[in-house]
Design a protein around this ligand. Structure first.
Ligand code: WQD
Length: 330
């Protein structure tokens, strides 16, 4: 099976490409390297450096003949989306329409889409299942929800079958250490903690310790990126074997607090990781935890690597190795 992984040089995309290639799929990566890195490309996968907004170019690539496209090429910083909505409108909305139209023109029958828990907004109940009201609290979440709505129409009118995978908090690195690219200027908790641990940042700011949670800090559902990659594979196989499109949550169903993650990181890295307790970040809910029952039932999928220790240990190996190499450079 031939698969085009769009955004496959990025953090999650490279883990998906690696997982698919390990399962014997023929993988090509399309990426403009705006946030992805060449370091995340693999010798057993093809690569096209191209921008999803270059419609004629991506149609020509897709006409090489693919059984499916995986789309992981969106801008994903919720906070930035509220400051620069124009970037998110172009990259996420226009960019995805370009991909959908090109896939239809190239007669590619299936698409796996990287969606997000951000489509739900402030939780009305926990754990969050797929029936939860969808009321995004930021423009990033809005773009992901609008894309899901477009996918429903492209299925209905063009026969493009899709799987929308609603990630909760993606974290961790390949347990076999084969993915090396670090995110640039991350805003998410785990990579920020890693940057403090290697000395790139002076301290972690803990955004709020007065939430109604056991230790007062924010609780999130962290899902290991290899668990996410496996879910993409299971979703693609389901699209091949079964006729219908679907959307499922992908989370560990386990809530971890900021301070729990911080304590785990200090223990595993052996580094002090200084932290400053600051005010809440606007828009942050106290707790977000997924129900992944639908993914279990439909895909037979469940998280295996998403415990705090594995997430931190695999992240730490990636960061420690990267900066050890940095220090060795003349
Ligand atoms: C996690 C927790 C923060 C940084 C975001 C996007 C969401 C999805 C996942 C793509 C919260 C706290 C964080 C820091 C902190 N992205 N924190 N200090 O906000 O849950 O979700 O990433 O789909 O759409 O919104 O992730 O990692 O930013 O925050 O205290 O320096 O860590 O308050 O409780 P978030 P996050």
């Amino acid at each position: 099976m031939n698969v085009l992984v769009i955004g496959g040089a990025g953090y999650i995309g490279s883990h998906v490409a690696r997982f698919f290639a390990d399962r014997g799929l023929k993988v090509d990566v399309l990426d403009n390297l705006s946030t992805g890195t060449r370091e995340n490309l693999f010798s057993d996968c093809g690569f096209f450096e191209e921008d999803i907004l270059n419609y004629r170019a991506i149609v020509a690539i897709m006409q090489r003949g693919y059984d499916a496209v995986v789309h992981l090429a969106a801008a994903k910083a919720a906070g930035e989306s509220m400051i620069r909505p124009e970037k998110y409108a172009i990259q996420n909305l226009t960019g995805t329409i370009s991909i959908l139209n090109a896939a239809c023109e190239a007669k590619i029958p299936r698409l796996v889409f990287s969606s997000s828990a951000a489509i739900y907004g402030e939780p009305k109940y926990l754990p969050i299942d797929e029936a939860h009201p969808k009321d995004p609290a930021n423009f990033y979440g809005f773009t992901k929800l609008e894309i899901e709505r477009c996918l429903e129409w492209y299925d209905r009118l063009k026969g493009l079958k899709f799987a929308a995978l609603r990630y909760f908090n993606a974290a961790g690195y390949d347990p076999e250490g084969r993915v090396h690219g670090l995110e640039r200027n991350p805003a998410n908790l785990v990579p920020v903690i890693m940057e403090v641990a290697v000395g790139l940042r002076p301290h972690l700011e803990v955004f709020g310790t007065d939430y109604s949670t056991p230790d007062g800090s924010g609780v999130r559902d962290y899902i290991h990126v290899t668990d996410l990659a496996e879910a993409h594979y299971a979703a693609l196989m389901h699209l091949v074997e079964e006729p219908g499109s679907f959307a499922v949550n992908l989370g560990s169903e386990r809530g971890l607090s900021v301070l729990e993650i911080l304590d785990t990181a200090r223990r595993i890295t052996g580094r002090p990781i200084p932290a400053v307790m600051t005010g809440r970040r606007p828009g942050d809910p106290a707790k977000l935890v997924a129900s992944s029952a639908a993914a279990k039932k439909l895909l037979g999928w469940e998280a295996k690597y998403s415990d705090a220790e594995t997430i931190i240990a695999t992240s730490w190996r990636a960061y420690a190795q990267h900066f050890a190499h940095e220090r060795e450079r003349p």
